[in-house]
Design a protein around this ligand. Structure first.
Ligand SMILES: Cc1cc2nc3c(=O)[nH]c(=O)nc-3n(C[C@H](O)[C@H](O)[C@H](O)COP(=O)(O)O)c2cc1C
Length: 180
């Protein structure tokens, strides 16, 4: 798929076909993600692939337990039915104090790579800015060593929904020349 089309057609997908993408397809995506930029070229990423239903249930329950009050209308239950869940983690010792940015760029790369291969995905945070509980419990669930920090949760599967057309803010309303 051509790059502009990948960017314009990527949408958050929360319902997936039962047919799971082959592991080789997931490996192809992660091969691409490794080329993302990182602070000081530290390439601090680790990817935890979750396939076991019990772990998916625990991930969904964790996300739901830590969801802020204003986002309760959007539960993470759909994670249970995702064929693959990738937890993007960052090694603090290689992140040059830029754990979030390093992880988020890899997540963006992953969402676009998934779209380019016809897969659906959606971005979820693996941390809460004001509550270390989610990150701590996720680390325990996935047996992460102390220096490995979970940043993003990305479910992947072939789409079983077609989101309504998306509108984006007009460029002229957000574009500023020289000063805001
Ligand atoms: C930082 C961030 C956090 C998000 N958290 C969630 C989440 O917890 N659950 C969810 O279903 N979607 C989540 N999303 C997906 C957004 O809801 C989605 O990107 C947005 O509605 C725009 O739709 P689109 O991705 O189809 O363009 C998150 C996206 C971002 C960037």
């Amino acid at each position: 798929m051509e790059f502009d089309q990948v960017v314009r057609t990527r949408r958050s997908i929360r319902r997936y076909s039962v047919q799971p993408p082959a592991e080789s397809v997931i490996a192809e995506l992660l091969e691409l993600v490794r080329w993302a930029p990182s602070s000081m070229n530290g390439q601090p990423w680790h990817f935890v692939l979750v396939r076991e239903p019990a772990t998916k249930h625990k991930l969904a329950a964790l996300k739901n337990r830590f969801v802020p009050a204003d986002k309760r209308a959007f539960p993470a239950d759909f994670l249970v039915a995702a064929p693959w869940i990738i937890v993007i983690c960052v090694d603090r010792e290689l992140a040059h104090d830029r754990e979030l940015e390093n992880g988020l760029l890899a997540a963006g790369w992953l969402l676009l790579a998934a779209t380019s291969r016809g897969l659906g995905s959606v971005y979820l945070s693996a941390y809460q800015p004001r509550d270390p509980g989610l990150e701590r419990e996720l680390a325990a669930l996935l047996s992460l060593p102390p220096q490995i920090r979970p940043i993003s949760i990305v479910p992947l599967g072939y789409p079983a929904e077609t989101p309504a057309a998306k509108t984006v803010r007009p460029l002229a309303s957000i574009l500023h020349h020289e000063r805001y």
